[in-house]
Design a protein around this ligand. Structure first.
Ligand code: GLA
Length: 416
């Protein structure tokens, strides 16, 4: 293990000399080859990268396009994000997920698929930037990505350098074909390589929660997946893959981790399915509201260039987005569970609360919240606002109750 690490470092140093890299090698290099080194996240000298102080927002190709992603699609999505209001609603990252890769060249540098991306990644990154957006890409900590393309293992510094040359601002780093690798070490190595480029690159840890990244990820990455892949279904159980999770399963896996999230380091319950057709609009509003109250990254996963007005209205609901992006960065959680009826709450930077009334059941239900469940004295009054109708609810005292549609939510904010 130590020998493998030492060999990897020798290879990296050789590459660095060969390429005359201007960027200094990271100080952690010495620590990594020390057999008594402190694991990265427990290294008191390690600091967070300072990025993603609110949950990242953007678009990712995977949920809609899978391996059929190409340059034309990415350009059309970038155009639509700039022209259709998504960019101005804060969706900044355009992330190309798996299957953009060509082979490595004779020097080991990764290339892009020349058929799917004829202009190349630098030109595509320039185009995305010219639209006022940011460029994201995908790789994997193993020898191969989940789609079977070249992974970054053994090429971490070389790949980070390539991404920086292409103008990449965001890296999603997956966990297929990793064998017996230690996840914390593998992600720390890639993060160090990204930092050595001198470019601000938001780092998305995608190891599906298998190695409990909430315990070590805060100083290594900016977000970490907490579950297997989302599946565009509200609660069905006839899933196609063992790693697929319906909406309610994902919510129940992500919710208990609320105390690990904060500015710069977020629990990631996976990308949005809104607009992909598997849920009703009521259920998609529930999806968006739950992601916002959980301070989740908001990565749209639909075809932005052809989305319906109903989908656009959900994704660009600024009242709900403001809850997701609240600068306090506290992840909300369930404060009451009455079976099919739940109450969720999230403290806000202004001293207020976001409150979500969730009806998992099949018929309309009245759900009430008592101020004491929100950490407020029961006697105080607060200004309420309905975040889906955008209407003020007036001065509310002690309690609020609403009728909630089946599979639906009522989401409000309260300000004392
Ligand atoms: C894994 C990830 C997905 C996606 C695919 C790509 O399943 O969890 O989000 O990136 O790989 O192959």
């Amino acid at each position: 293990m130590i020998h493998a690490t030492r060999r990897a470092w020798h290879a990296i140093l050789a590459w660095a000399m060969l390429l005359s890299l201007a960027a200094p090698l990271p100080a952690v290099a010495q620590e990594t080859i020390d057999p008594n080194h402190i694991p990265p996240s427990h290294d008191p000298a390690r600091t967070a990268n300072g990025l993603a102080l609110t949950p990242p927002k953007g678009w990712n190709s995977w949920n809609k396009f899978g391996c059929n992603v190409d340059e034309k699609t990415v350009r059309s999505v970038a155009d639509a994000m700039a022209a259709g209001g998504m960019r101005d609603a804060g969706y900044h990252y355009v992330v190309i997920d798996d299957c953009w890769h060509g082979p490595r060249d004779e020097n080991g540098f990764i290339t892009s698929d020349a058929k799917k991306f004829p202009s190349g990644m630098k030109a595509l990154g320039d185009y995305i930037h010219s639209k006022g957006l940011k460029f994201g890409i995908y790789s994997d900590a193993g020898r191969k990505t989940c789609g079977g393309h070249p992974g970054s293992q053994g090429h971490e510094y070389q790949d980070a350098l390539t991404y920086a040359r292409w103008g990449v601002d965001y890296l999603k780093y997956d966990w297929c074909s990793t064998g017996s690798r230690n996840a914390e070490e593998a992600y720390a190595l890639m993060e160090d390589a990204l930092r050595a480029t001198g470019r601000d690159i938001t780092f998305s840890i995608c190891e599906w929660g298998q190695n409990r990244p909430w315990l070590w990820g805060a100083k290594i990455g900016n977000l970490w997946r907490t579950t297997g892949d989302i599946w565009d279904s509200y609660s069905a159980t006839d899933k196609a893959h063992w790693w697929a999770h319906n909406l309610l399963d994902i919510v129940d896996l992500n919710e208990p981790l609320w105390s690990f999230a904060g500015p710069g380091h977020w629990n990631d319950p996976d990308m949005l399915e809104i607009g992909n057709g598997g849920l009703t609009d009521t259920e998609y509003r529930t999806h968006f509201s739950l992601w916002a109250i959980m301070a989740a990254p908001l990565m749209a996963g639909n075809d932005i260039a052809s989305m319906s007005p109903a989908t656009a209205t959900i994704l660009m609901n600024r009242d709900v987005i403001a809850i997701d992006q609240d600068p306090l960065g506290a992840q909300g959680h369930r404060v009451r569970d009455d079976g099919n009826q739940e109450v969720w709450a999230r403290p806000l930077a202004n001293g207020g609360r976001a409150v979500l009334l969730l009806n998992r059941g099949e018929s309309p239900a009245e759900i009430a919240v008592d101020w004491t469940e929100l950490g407020y004295p029961g006697t105080i009054a607060a200004d309420g606002r309905d975040l889906w109708t955008h209407k003020p609810l007036g001065r509310l005292k002690g309690r609020y109750a609403a009728t909630v549609a089946p599979h639906g939510v009522v989401m409000i904010s309260l300000l004392r």
